[in-house]
Design a protein around this ligand. Structure first.
Ligand SMILES: *[C@@H]1O[C@H](CO)[C@@H](O)[C@H](O)[C@H]1NC(C)=O
Ligand SMILES: *[C@@H]1O[C@H](CO)[C@@H](O)[C@H](O)[C@H]1NC(C)=O
Ligand SMILES: *[C@@H]1O[C@H](CO)[C@@H](O)[C@H](O)[C@H]1NC(C)=O
Ligand SMILES: *[C@@H]1O[C@H](CO)[C@@H](O)[C@H](O)[C@H]1NC(C)=O
Length: 261
């Protein structure tokens, strides 16, 4: 009897905890955001927040009528890089102005992510990421107003690894490097961002396939708005030369939730 009452109490407590966490969670980006271009464009925008170029050799190309490099099918986003053979202006407009060798795809979440002392964010998705030399896909957060903050939830730099990184300054970085299969199979990544008790720093817990791989701390990240970017850059940090053929990075089941306010 004692045992069964205890179990009932536990079951009630668990159900209540579950219910209250469901009620407190706000969906920032729903699981369905890659179902079609209509819902996609509600939650995501094409290219980088600052334009088509960054510090690799790919120039991003795409909009609501050109899906050659940013394409949806079967609720999966494909970012597709192809060599350009000099068809576009020769250097990136972004520091350190590398030569452009590819046309590729990038998208970013329209809603910025701002961790405060009263909320917590969970970001997750499943990724089929190329790991060949010269391929540089990522799923990352970068500061809207200054740089850093930066936190990389997935970054592949041309080897059979993904990197979890948090930048306090441009040179003070914590990185955890985790083996990543090279067969283009999908694996899940998740990050949970919560303010520390000093209400200044943010704790970031990184998971791969449901297992905690790293806990990192971003100094002064509380209250700083961040862009969530999904990009297929090329060369840059991932070595060179990159592939002579087409490279595809696939992303599915992305979901962003916020608990608290
Ligand atoms: C697009 O996908 C969303 C989410 O699944 C769905 O609600 C909507 O009806 C779809 N719209 C079109 C035009 O297919
Ligand atoms: C989309 O991009 C194509 C070229 O890639 C361009 O011709 C077209 O005007 C663009 N459309 C919009 C809506 O920006
Ligand atoms: C970044 O700052 C946080 C908060 O002060 C600290 O816990 C963390 O160790 C720092 N990271 C590095 C790489 O020094
Ligand atoms: C490119 O810029 C990002 C920040 O946007 C930084 O994390 C990365 O180290 C830079 N890499 C290179 C090769 O410049």
């Amino acid at each position: 009897m004692f045992r069964s009452t205890q179990l009932k109490t536990l079951a009630f407590a668990a159900a209540f905890a579950c219910l209250s966490s469901v009620q407190a969670a706000t969906t920032v980006i729903p699981l369905s955001s890659f179902d079609n271009y209509t819902i996609f464009e509600e939650y995501w925008a094409y290219l980088y927040p600052w334009g088509s170029d960054h510090n690799g050799s790919a120039r991003m190309v795409g909009n609501s009528t050109n899906h050659a490099h940013i394409a949806l099918a079967s609720s999966t986003l494909s970012l597709i890089a192809t060599p350009t053979s000099g068809a576009v202006p020769p250097t990136s407009t972004a520091n350190p102005n590398p030569a452009i060798h590819y046309a590729s795809g990038t998208v970013y979440a329209k809603e910025q992510i701002t961790v405060t002392s009263t909320n917590s964010y969970t970001l997750q998705g499943e990724f089929s990421a190329p790991t060949a030399v010269g391929t540089w896909p990522a799923f990352w957060l970068t500061a809207v107003n200054s740089w850093p903050p930066e936190t990389d939830i997935g970054e592949w730099k041309g080897t059979a690894n993904t990197w979890f990184n948090t930048f306090n300054t441009s040179s003070i970085v914590q990185s955890t490097i985790v083996p990543w299969p090279t067969d283009l199979s999908f694996h899940s990544l998740q990050a949970i961002l919560t303010a520390e008790s000093n209400n200044e720093d943010v704790k970031i817990e990184f998971f791969m396939d449901g297992a905690l791989k790293s806990t990192q701390y971003g100094e002064g990240f509380v209250g700083k708005p961040l862009w969530l970017i999904v990009d297929l850059q090329m060369e840059g940090s991932s070595g060179s030369p990159g592939p002579t053929g087409t490279t595809t990075y696939k992303i599915r089941d992305v979901e962003i939730t916020r608990s608290g306010s």
